[in-house]
Design a protein around this ligand. Structure first.
Ligand SMILES: [Zn+2]
Ligand SMILES: [Zn+2]
Length: 644
């Protein structure tokens, strides 16, 4: 009996029934087979060693695939568990998932404790076990048998997991001396794991509930070679130096205060400058793309959010309501409903579309206190928001223009690596998880895909992760040191227009509901400035720098000339400071460098007599003496062009 295997390059190959993905990889090339970690069979990730019984479409997964990495990391969690068990006999394991970067395992060590000091020994043991190159062996087990197995072991955690599982779907995995209840998938054998770093030990309540027992959680990360681990550790080290919370404090960008509240950043004068420059950029860009600016209140009545559907579905992420004159008001968690009301305030015809409404809107979201993190997870955010109302015919052009705007911003900020994640619907879940508009889904997904292909934008497609109301594009970008951030989203919406009864009169003179694009290429000030602090290591390009020029007189004798330089630059709208302290010039230079000011102008006898300045460029050092006016002209052009 032969089966047909469709491969991603469009080819179809025939194999004996029962062939495994690994057999298929080997038939293509031995080199490929050595790299295969798992397989995606008809979209489902499974062991590369599983026999295939019917015609399927197959994608072989390696370290280069997200699913390959997560299978690798989850298998590493099993390896870690094996090492832990050898040091802590009787340990009970809860769950050990792969995470964005690496894995963890939650465990009950009984009356024993583990600290960071124990991790090196564990790593050593893991390396030893990895080298044994033990296979991960899958075995089906009847539920009764599994319950028996763990009852005898006295493992209440696995018994709890078993409760939620159906007989016939229960599998065990064994590698070396370790067996675990797990649905898999796993990599073929432990030998793939060549570099191991256990990063931390933390407490974690069972099932995340603080009423439950506290378990021990060990985090780690592994790689298929030492080089990638070294690079990863170097990147972490650099990220620590560039931590936006540390830099934000040192550079006077933002602060938090207990009396204001957790997750509510206070933007300090230097931070406010960055915010204003970003908004200026957004306004210029949006104005030239024919957006219209609007301004909306920070609160709205309950009825608005009942119409939008945020209530009750989104209630947990909203601040509780305040009640006035018997009416409930909510802080706005999104700007969209307010903008929809501006759309519907006056009658619209097809001639009014596309209509693009933009606002740097302030939103409030109730994030759990445990989730808050510097500027990355906050409760008050300023969003580079806009909503585009258009006809179906206009959609592709509008979407393309939005993409071009993203690309323009990436160029300005020197963001070289980015990927768009296009989340699609699942036709089987129409009317449940997704609004029941099969035609619109197909049409817009195809248009979005075409635009991404035509614009040569790197993207991945993610099935069954669309928003309820339309396909969604998350934009992932990488900072200068290679750390990944999800900053902005871009969404298509066929639902809100109908919920809000938005209409325009079409060419046939009948009412029609517009499509809506939600877009926020610069994300929120909070996340974007947090990202920029890391990306630039606090050294903002001149156009964004809170202080662009610092004037450093060599001694008090040159203060008067310093003041006149200050005035000249101020008159030209340069953000400039004069260091009038009676300090040695060396100290003045060091202090200015710490504040990461792009230009220092050092002035002494020669500069004063010739109306010159001696220029030091941050990161480049001494640039020599220049006429003040020449310096100013070059500076203005650098700022105008937003060169970095
Ligand atoms: Zn597993
Ligand atoms: Zn929106």
């Amino acid at each position: 009996m032969m089966i047909k295997i469709s491969l991603p390059d469009g080819s179809v190959r025939e194999y004996e029934k029962g062939a495994t993905s690994m057999d298929i990889a080997k038939s293509i090339s031995e080199g490929l087979a050595r790299k295969v970690l798992a397989a995606s069979i008809d979209g489902q990730v499974c062991d590369a060693t599983r026999p295939i019984e019917q015609d399927v479409s197959l994608r072989l997964l390696t370290w280069d695939d997200l699913e390959g990495k997560s299978t690798f990391w989850h298998s590493s969690a099993h390896l870690m568990a094996e090492a832990v068990e050898s040091f802590y006999p009787g340990v009970k394991f809860w769950v050990g998932p792969a995470i964005d970067r690496g894995f963890y395992y939650d465990m009950d060590l009984g009356d024993k404790k583990m600290s960071e000091d124990d991790l090196a020994e564990l790593e050593k043991k893991m390396n030893e076990l990895a080298r044994q190159n033990n296979s991960y062996v899958r075995k089906n087990m009847a539920k009764a048998e599994a319950v028996n197995y763990f009852s005898e072991k006295g493992d209440e955690y696995k018994l709890d997991l078993l409760q939620g599982l159906t007989d016939g779907e229960i599998t065990f995995y064994t590698q070396g001396n370790f067996t675990d209840l797990c649905r898999g998938p796993h990599i073929p054998s432990t030998g793939h794991i060549k570099a191991i770093k256990l990063t931390s030990v933390a407490g974690a309540y069972w099932k995340g509930d603080e009423k439950n027992k506290q378990l021990t959680r060990v985090y780690g990360i592994t790689f298929p070679n030492q080089k990638e681990l070294d690079e990863y550790l170097a990147m972490l080290e650099e990220a620590k130096k560039r931590d936006h919370r540390k830099l934000g404090k040192e550079l006077g960008i933002f602060t938090f205060d207990d009396d204001i509240g957790q997750g509510l950043p206070l933007w300090m004068p230097n931070g406010a400058v960055v915010i204003e420059e970003l908004e200026k950029l957004a306004k210029e860009t949006e104005q030239s793309a024919d957006y219209k600016r609007v301004v909306t209140p920070h609160i709205a009545k309950e009825s608005l959010y009942l119409t939008s559907g945020h209530l009750p579905y989104y209630q947990d992420s909203m601040y509780p309501p305040m009640e006035l004159e018997g009416v409930k008001y909510y802080l706005k968690a999104m700007n969209c409903p307010h903008h929809h009301k501006i759309f519907s305030a006056t009658p619209k015809s097809y001639k009014d579309l596309p209509l693009r409404l933009a606002e740097y809107g302030t939103c409030y979201r109730y994030e759990q206190s445990g989730e808050l993190f510097g500027l990355m997870r906050v409760r008050c955010l300023h969003m580079n928001d806009a909503h585009i109302y258009c006809t179906r015919e206009q959609f592709a052009d509008e979407f393309r223009a939005v993409n071009d705007m993203y690309l323009k911003y990436f160029r300005i900020f020197g963001i070289e690596k980015y990927v768009m994640r296009l989340s699609l619907h699942d036709p089987e879940k129409l009317g449940k998880k997704y609004i029941n508009e099969p035609e619109l889904w197909k049409e817009t997904e195809e248009m979005v895909r075409q635009v991404l292909i035509e614009s040569n934008i790197p993207f991945v497609e993610v099935p069954d992760e669309g928003a309820f109301y339309g396909p969604k594009i998350d934009v992932q970008i990488w900072s200068a040191i290679g750390r990944e951030f999800t900053l902005a989203t871009n969404q298509v919406d066929f639902a809100q227009g109908r919920r809000f009864k938005l209409e325009f009169t079409n060419k046939e003179n009948s009412p029609e509901t517009p499509l809506i694009i939600h877009r926020a290429p610069l994300g929120t000030h909070e996340r974007f400035i947090g990202f920029l602090l890391e990306h630039y290591a606090g050294k903002f390009p001149t156009w964004l720098a809170p202080v662009q020029v610092s004037i450093l007189p060599i001694s008090d004798k040159f203060l008067e000339y310093g003041k006149s330089v200050l005035q000249t630059l101020k008159n030209a709208d340069i953000r400039v400071e004069l260091d009038d302290r009676s300090e040695k010039i060396g100290k003045k230079i060091r202090d200015t460098e710490l504040m990461k000011v792009p230009y220092m102008l050092i002035i002494g006898e020669k500069e004063m007599s010739d109306n010159m300045v001696s220029v030091r460029r941050q990161g480049e050092g001494d640039k020599g003496s220049q006429q003040l006016n020449d310096f100013l002209i070059a500076l203005q052009s650098e700022i105008r062009d937003r060169n970095s």
